[in-house]
Ligand binder design. Structure first.
Ligand code: SF4
Length: 921
């Protein structure tokens, strides 16, 4: 094919065909109108700019061997060649003239902004030696890895288990832990996988078409579903872009969503729309009857009567009063959901679940609709995520660690779904422990988490955090308080396996360093990825292998052996061998597909970047299981066990897989909640939020702040140095309803002060009818800052000062954004001066007493800014007051241990699961 044939009217191709990826011609756009041909090698990789793992194709200029651009990979089964704006912006991140290219070590006090370049050897020797000493001293709980964006599958679990530490911390409790707990309590799987493309009715409790979980792949399939006739409803207090595309917009008052969902359940039950056969066969209703109605006959008919009685108060009128959504609309949508029987797809991820006290019950209430309509795991329904996600296995798995770190899973939150990550500084301040080596990895808690100034105080304190190493591809507000800043690769500069539950299928994709792959196609051989990356940018796989060898140089600690080659015993594992083994041995169907293509499995993945393992995965719960001869069946529950472990459940006459719950069924009644101190929440329910209208004092002018939505064009931290994205989005005004604005005398563009429990921020107003009265909203992902020159991106981050003011800290912008000189001529063309306003610093922590999730929504007072005192972008927070609020929420928790002296139910997983005996106190 020649360039001339790629013209309209001939056989225009949407994407370069894979057989031409070694040599692809395109005209150089900068030479237009001259037709100057450039030749490219196209190398697949995976986007790292959100969790969705869409495919990218790097265009490597064959003359310069530099990446010219990133476009979509048409062979990726989830993204199918399409990306959001953040995918192609990877090129900005790679070419940013201000990116970190060499390891840095602080040369002054923490946070003073003084740095010197060091060698990787110095880094590895110092950190490795310090960890070795901590291990030899028996201080394993003082080593912690804290991750923001993972972007890989299971690799860190294996590393930390090999180190035998309980040291995995994540960002999940400021993100999705609440919804995850709700889902896990139903089915044992903590995420839903809606089959949007085949649904008859889709209900979204967040803005999935523009920003929600697995945004681009899901958005494609929601539109596929709509084009095939599905109706779409969106529950969102904001008129988001997603809501604007919906057939039904349900603008619920924040936190009232579970009330609306339960009212819908009532309509479905009352109007005979529920699939009762399914409910009878697949829920643990017998357990509910035995527990809640022990005197009654345990028939399904009596259960049904009890169920209706249980939800009798959740009428559409009640839901209207709570949510503000008219009851007729609630009934209409409920009927459509009921009639979609077997093909009701839904999702709640962050949004209301992460905003509100008891948000995990929203996921429970939503799943109730899935179960009533028999849409669990069906074509067009909602499957458990585990059916649609690939997880690699390794040639050898280290055993579960014999440690339990109470800084991660403290006794107060025995059911917390993930680590109590955002309370780490509060725990350290309280004297619950200390850290000797603390890794933050693509994680920016000072800026991302609530109460970031408490994080700053703790990170400055060397008696609490002995050594802080920030592994990051870009500068961040947290890296400014590190001892080492270690540059790690962007998506085209590292290896990872990723797979997500984006559709009713299972796929695996391969992130790879594209320049290394391109050079290897030309016959070069490279031992390390940093040989082809810019500067001395490493990839983390190689960092952890090297570090593990330095922790245990002679193998005497039993660590090094896990980082030896599966092909050459005793030799150091290479990153190619790591992926070679997985692709050869642990991806069903890949070796055969590769052989058909005349390649090894690794060559196949390097060439195409992704592999579809299976499509149309449904009904795995109903799959027959082989019953071992020594198996026993419990006559009361139907659970079939062998060797002390459940292997299936009897449904009718058949033994099928069921779900990984204690009952092997869908748990409409949670014995776990009852046994662990929450009997009143054992059924899907509605918990009034901490920002319920009844909590607001109108005399004080209190309103509800919704701070959880994001713009589709921004990433948390990593978009800071993406010039395309900052040009598109660089301000985040406060949405305020017309009526509220009139009452307060506020017009669009006016400066307003938003006062929280611990401080305030100053922003401009946007007066709109796209938000409910009494609610204000402000998007996150903006309001970046840099404390010192060279410590942040000038595309996005105004320089600030952070100074003491009374019992708190004042963050004040010293100068806005503007043009600057750099090797990139675009930096002198910056026309915007605004970088938005930060808000999270002014939020105290609100740990939900059950899920442990930070409840993001805030009770605030909005007023006009104070002349002469307030400046745009000001942020003030009182960290003493924030510790008080922490203690107020701590008092809501109901500590363990639970039944049998357990710290946590054995059946509830943990991200890095210790040995079972560690669950006991
Ligand atoms: S949705 Fe956008 S940011 Fe997320 S992986 Fe896909 S292209 Fe990247």
């Amino acid at each position: 094919m020649t360039i001339e044939r790629l013209t309209p009217g001939s056989d225009l191709q949407a994407y370069p065909p894979a057989e031409r990826w070694d040599d692809w011609p395109e005209y150089d756009v900068k030479q237009w109108p001259r037709r100057v041909e450039k030749r490219y090698m196209l190398v697949p990789t995976i986007c790292f700019n959100c969790e969705a793992a869409c495919g990218l194709l790097a265009y490597v200029d064959k003359q310069t061997m530099r990446v010219r651009k990133f476009e979509g990979n048409p062979l990726h089964p989830a993204s199918r060649g399409r990306n959001c704006a953040k995918g192609p912006a990877t090129i900005n991140q790679i070419n940013d003239p201000e990116r970190i290219l060499y390891p840095l070590r602080r040369a002054g006090g923490r946070g003073e902004g003084k740095w010197r370049r060091v060698s990787w050897d110095e880094v590895l020797d110092e950190i490795g030696g310090r960890i070795r000493k901590a291990f030899l001293d028996g201080r394993r709980n003082e080593v912690m890895y804290h991750v923001g964006r993972p972007g890989h599958e299971r690799v860190m679990d294996r590393i930390l288990k090999a180190w035998r530490i309980d040291g995995h911390n994540s960002h999940t409790n400021v993100c999705s832990a609440s919804a995850r707990l709700g889902y896990a309590l139903w089915s044992g799987y903590d995420r839903p996988s809606p089959d949007h493309a085949n649904a008859r009715f889709i209900l979204l409790l967040s803005s999935h078409l523009e920003a929600g979980h697995y945004f681009n792949p899901h958005a494609q399939r929601i539109i596929d579903g709509k084009l095939a006739g599905a109706k779409l409803a969106v529950m969102d207090p904001r008129l988001s872009n997603t809501a604007s595309m919906a057939d039904y917009w349900l603008p619920t008052y924040p936190g009232s969503e579970a009330a609306v969902l339960l009212a819908m359940a009532q309509v479905i039950l009352d109007e005979g729309l529920a699939d009762l056969e399914y409910v009878e066969a697949w829920t643990n209703w017998r357990q509910y009857m035995a527990d809640a109605h022990p005197g009654e006959e345990p028939t399904f008919a009596s259960f049904l009567a009890a169920l209706k009685q249980h939800y009798r108060d959740y009428t559409p009128a009640f839901a209207e009063a709570e949510s503000g959504v008219p009851r007729d609309k609630i009934v209409e949508v409920a009927r459509l959901i009921g009639r979609a029987r077997g093909a009701f797809a839904s999702h709640v991820w962050r949004g209301t679940a992460s905003g509100n006290l008891g948000g995990w019950q929203v996921a429970r209430a939503l799943q109730l609709l899935t179960v009533l309509t028999a849409s669990m795991g069906t074509r067009g329904g909602t499957s458990p995520h585990g059916w649609n996600k690939y997880k690699p296995v390794f040639w050898e798995e280290p055993p579960g660690q014999k440690e339990w770190n109470e800084l991660l899973f403290p006794k107060e939150w025995p059911l917390s779904h993930y680590e109590m990550s955002f309370l780490l500084p509060h725990f350290l301040k309280e004297g619950r422990g200390k850290l000797d080596v603390y890794f933050t990895r693509v994680y920016n808690p000072v800026w991302t988490n609530p109460d970031g100034l408490t994080w700053m105080e703790v990170l400055r304190d060397e008696s609490l955090v002995g050594l802080h190493a920030a592994l990051t591809p870009t500068w961040s507000e947290t890296a400014a308080f590190a001892d080492f800043v270690l540059p790690m690769g962007h998506s085209g500069e590292r290896h990872d396996i990723q797979s997500q539950e984006t559709q009713s299928g299972r796929w695996v994709s391969f992130r790879q360093p594209v320049l290394r792959a391109a050079r290897e196609r030309l016959g070069e051989s490279h031992r390390y990825t940093y040989e082809t990356n810019p500067g001395e940018v490493w990839e983390e796989d190689e960092f952890w292998i090297e570090l593990s060898w330095r922790i245990d140089p002679d193998g005497s600690q039993g660590i090094r052996r896990w980082f030896e080659s599966p092909y050459k015993p005793g030799e150091k594992l290479t990153v190619s061998e790591y992926y070679q083994w997985i692709f050869e041995n642990a991806v069903p169907g890949l070796p055969e597909a590769a052989a058909k293509d005349g390649r090894t499995p690794l060559e196949y993945m390097r060439r195409y970047g992704a592999f579809l393992i299976e499509k149309d995965v449904h009904g795995l719960d109903r799959k027959s299981v082989a019953v071992p001869p020594d198996a026993q069946t419990d006559p009361a529950t139907g659970i079939v066990s062998a060797g002390g472990k459940a292997v299936g459940v009897k449904v009718g006459e058949e033994v099928v897989a069921g779900f990984p719950t204690p009952s092997r069924k869908l748990e409409i009644f949670s014995r776990t909640l009852k046994d662990w101190g929450w009997p009143e929440e054992a059924m899907p329910g509605y918990i009034r939020s901490h920002v319920h209208r009844a909590e607001m004092d109108p005399v004080k002018g209190e309103m509800m702040l919704l701070p959880t939505f994001r713009l589709p064009t921004l990433i948390h931290t990593r978009s800071g140095n993406a010039k395309y994205l900052n040009e598109i989005s660089h301000r985040n005004p406060l949405w305020i309803h017309t009526e509220d604005a009139e009452r307060l005398g506020i017009v669009t563009g006016a400066l307003v002060r938003v006062t929280t429990e611990i401080g305030h921020f100053v922003n401009r107003a946007w007066v709109t009818e796209s938000i409910a009265p009494g609610v204000v909203a402000c998007s996150h992902h903006l309001g970046r800052w840099r404390l010192h020159e060279g410590e942040g991106s000038r595309w996005s981050s105004p320089r600030v000062s952070i100074t003491r003011q009374g019992d708190g800290w004042l963050v004040r912008q010293l100068e806005g954004l503007g043009p600057f000189e750099s090797p990139d001529p675009d930096s002198s063309r910056i026309w915007w001066s605004d970088g938005g306003v930060h808000q999270n610093l002014t939020f105290p922590v609100h740990p939900d007493p059950v899920s442990g999730m930070h409840c993001w929504h805030q009770k605030v007072v909005v007023s006009r800014a104070r002349p002469g005192e307030d400046r745009y972008g000001d942020v003030f927070a009182d960290t003493n007051r924030s510790m008080q609020v922490y203690r107020e929420w701590l008092a809501k928790a109901r500590p363990g241990p639970g039944p049998g002296g357990l710290r946590r139910p054995l059946w509830l997983d943990r991200p890095l699961r210790p040995a079972d005996e560690m669950f006991r106190v």
